[in-house]
Write a protein of this length. Structure first.
Length: 51
């Protein structure tokens, strides 16, 4: 395997890992909304389907 091929493989692997980690971070940072809160939000701001 040539050095250039190895660099490309490492770069692609790093991108994949960073993408996965970023998605996990977003998932952790999104606050939990229970059904009661969601109903209150929809009553106040209407359904997202209307946007």
């Amino acid at each position: 395997m040539e050095i250039q091929e190895l660099k490309v493989l490492i770069k692609e692997s790093m991108r994949e890992v960073l993408r996965e980690e970023r998605l996990m971070l977003c998932k952790v940072l999104i606050p939990y909304v229970d059904e009661v809160e969601q109903a209150e939000l929809e009553a106040e701001f209407d359904s997202p389907d209307d946007y």
